[in-house]
Design a protein around this ligand. Structure first.
Ligand code: AMP
Length: 421
């Protein structure tokens, strides 16, 4: 029997995993500079948490969740996203009593049973952040977007484009949805089966349609911007002022409704090059009311989730993947007496932050240096019994074959001076 990774899942292998780590590290640093702290919610939760927050009628909940019965008959689901978990944690730990806004970020795997293709997996990864608290000031939305773009810039993602929209709130959206539904009924016969079904279940999602034959029809539908209540209209106008203040370029996409039920007012999305049809690399928005819906106190919220798989793909396809930091030193030891000094020296070098490979078994000199080359080491450190006796170690620069002798202290100094960052 031959085992294989399950369809839609994959192994992230070296050297890609190095790039993943760099990207995640950059996110941690940028988010910390905006005073966000990390939350690590569990990977599975009560099914009802997702059904209630994301919406039972959404594709994610209705078709894509990995749901199973636990041994005590309760229903559990692998998380398809993390905002619901963050809100559950906010309530469970009484975070509304914390000073100021609660600013959290997370990263980790999410699970959706979608049809796999390039940039779309059943286990995929997200890096996300949420701001929860009493204020819905548009400055919060803008700062979250600024942070996101600062991260993309540091990660090396070029030509990302930001779209924003406002989808109203509980005061104005229901009327708009009814208007939209009525207009959709009039053109129902010209729509495909998915859109026809959505007229009843979720008319906003019709606006998401990518079907070429539906585009002209959708262009003529009423637009939410013309039906926002005063406070939503003001909020959206202020958001745009705040984006301009920060020098952030954006376009307004009135069809950007997002697939999850909990969004209110601000929605945004970022698309990146090199990804084909799955080019949305980040989605986010405001979700005032979600915490309350889950049984918590009245709370405002906004957040985003970056598709890490797609971000990495885009970096690779646009040649922006950072160079991998490789192996610094290969310790070519030979002879029984040199083994113990080699082990101790390897430890010292590793403690000083160098990547070191120490062969676990003795090898012939030539074979050992050949392996050092194949592993891409910068240096081979030669420790034979003569070197141990004299205390002078030979360092060979593998790119050009230069060799030089050093004492242990001299060696460390030389390596530090020539360290590659
Ligand atoms: P969402 O949680 O649906 O708002 O998605 C946020 C981001 O996660 C998207 O913009 C994608 O970059 C990413 N994403 C969502 N679903 C998948 C998937 N099945 N595979 C890979 N990335 C995904």
């Amino acid at each position: 029997m031959k085992f294989q990774a399950i369809k839609g899942t994959r192994d992230i292998l070296p050297p890609d995993s190095t790039l993943w780590n760099q990207v995640e590290q950059t996110a941690r640093e940028v988010f910390a500079s905006y005073n966000f702290n990390e939350i690590r919610p569990p990977i599975f939760e009560q099914t009802e948490l997702f059904a209630r927050s994301i919406g039972a009628e959404t594709d994610v909940v209705a078709k894509e969740m990995y749901t199973f019965e636990d041994r005590d008959d309760s229903s559990i689901s692998l998380r398809p996203e993390a905002t619901a978990s963050v809100c559950r944690a906010y309530i469970e730990h009484g975070m509304q009593t914390l000073p100021g806004n609660v600013k959290l970020h997370y990263m980790g795997p999410m699970f959706r049973r979608e049809r796999p293709q390039k940039g779309r997996y059943r286990q995929f990864y997200q890096i996300g952040a949420e701001v929860l608290g009493q204020s819905d000031a548009p400055a919060i939305d803008a700062e979250v977007i600024e942070m996101l773009l600062a991260f993309f810039e540091k990660a090396g993602l070029a030509n990302a484009t930001l779209s924003v929209n406002s989808i109203g709130d509980k005061n104005c959206r229901p009327q708009y949805i009814e208007l939209l539904r009525a207009e959709l009924q009039k053109v129902k016969a010209q729509l495909g089966p998915d859109s026809q079904r959505r007229i009843e279940t979720n008319p906003l999602r019709v606006l998401d349609s990518k079907l070429p034959e539906e585009q002209a029809i959708i262009e003529n539908l009423p637009r939410i911007a013309d039906h926002l209540c005063d406070s939503c209209r003001t909020h959206f106008a202020k958001l745009q002022d705040e984006l301009k203040l920060r020098g952030i370029l954006y376009e307004i996409n009135w069809r950007l409704v997002r697939g999850l039920d909990y969004y209110t007012r601000t929605t945004f999305e970022i698309v990146a090059p090199g990804l084909g049809s799955q080019n949305a690399v980040c989605g986010g928005g405001r979700y005032d009311g979600l915490v309350e819906l889950l049984g918590g106190p009245p709370t405002k919220g906004i957040g985003f989730a970056i598709g890490t798989d797609r971000l990495i793909l885009s970096l690779q396809e646009t040649g922006k993947a950072a160079a991998k930091k490789g192996l610094d030193v290969y310790v070519a030891w030979m002879g029984e007496k040199s083994y113990a000094p080699a082990v101790k020296l390897a430890r010292k070098l590793r403690d000083s932050g160098f990547a070191v490979e120490l062969p676990p078994e003795e090898m012939k000199f030539k074979k050992s240096l050949g392996l050092a080359d194949k592993l891409g080491a910068r240096y081979a450190l030669i420790i034979g019994e003569d070197e141990v006796a004299s205390g002078q170690l030979t360092l060979k620069h593998l790119a050009d074959g230069r060799q030089q002798k050093y004492s242990e202290a001299g060696l460390l100094e030389h390596l530090r001076e020539t360290r590659q960052t």
